[in-house]
Write a protein of this length. Structure first.
Length: 202
């Protein structure tokens, strides 16, 4: 190779080596693939799903609640798991039905209930929120649980009132019967009224 060509080649290599390489000119390296854990579906309730994460959290909550009440957790967890799953499904069905009929609880009602719970525990709302955080329950999650329980409670009250429905015709028939049976008689018939009481009542 001629000497002149060698010198030109050396100058070219030196120029390439001394020229800075910008970030735009560099080909980005492929990022490592990060596998995210898959949240499996445990059950399907109509168009809604119950995930494994939700199920696991519900089991932890139920276990902690039973332990706080002094209840011994059985060695076989299957009965408890089945009961927790059944509770979640029932709750989900009730909430779906409440949504269908337009039954809802507004934020003000939730605020009043949360504030009352904090007062009953002799805490400010900030202190109560801190206690929830220590137990692994955020305030937003707690508020949603309160809202769900209030909706279900109102739904049950509504269904109970719907079942106890006495028509005007039934009232008139009853009064007519009472008027007829009381003619010429001083005898009074007392019906038996069943009153449900709690075990703590004397």
């Amino acid at each position: 190779m001629p000497k002149r060509n060698c010198l030109c080649l050396l100058f070219l290599i030196a120029a390439l080596a001394s020229s800075p390489v910008t970030a735009e000119e560099m080909e980005p390296l492929p990022l490592p693939l990060v596998k995210k854990p898959i949240d499996h579906i445990i059950a399907i309730v109509n168009e809604d799903v119950i995930t494994e994460k939700e199920f696991t959290e519900a089991i932890k909550t139920a276990t902690k609640r039973l332990q706080s009440q002094g209840v011994q957790i059985p060695d076989d967890p299957k009965p408890l798991h089945n009961q927790v799953l059944e509770t979640i499904i029932t709750k989900r069905i009730q909430l779906q039905h409440a949504k269908e009929i337009g039954l809802d609880i507004n934020d003000n009602e939730v605020d009043e209930t949360v504030n009352r719970i904090a007062d009953e525990n002799k805490m400010t709302l900030s202190e109560f929120s801190s206690v929830l955080e220590k137990d692994g329950i955020g305030m937003e999650k707690f508020r949603q649980e309160i809202r769900d329980e209030m909706i279900i409670s109102r739904l049950r009250d509504r269904e109970t009132k719907a079942q106890v429905n006495v028509t005007d015709g039934e009232v008139e028939n009853f009064l007519r019967t009472q008027d007829t049976s009381s003619i010429g008689s001083d005898e009074y018939r007392l019906g038996h009224i069943l009153v449900a009481v709690t075990e703590n009542m004397n």
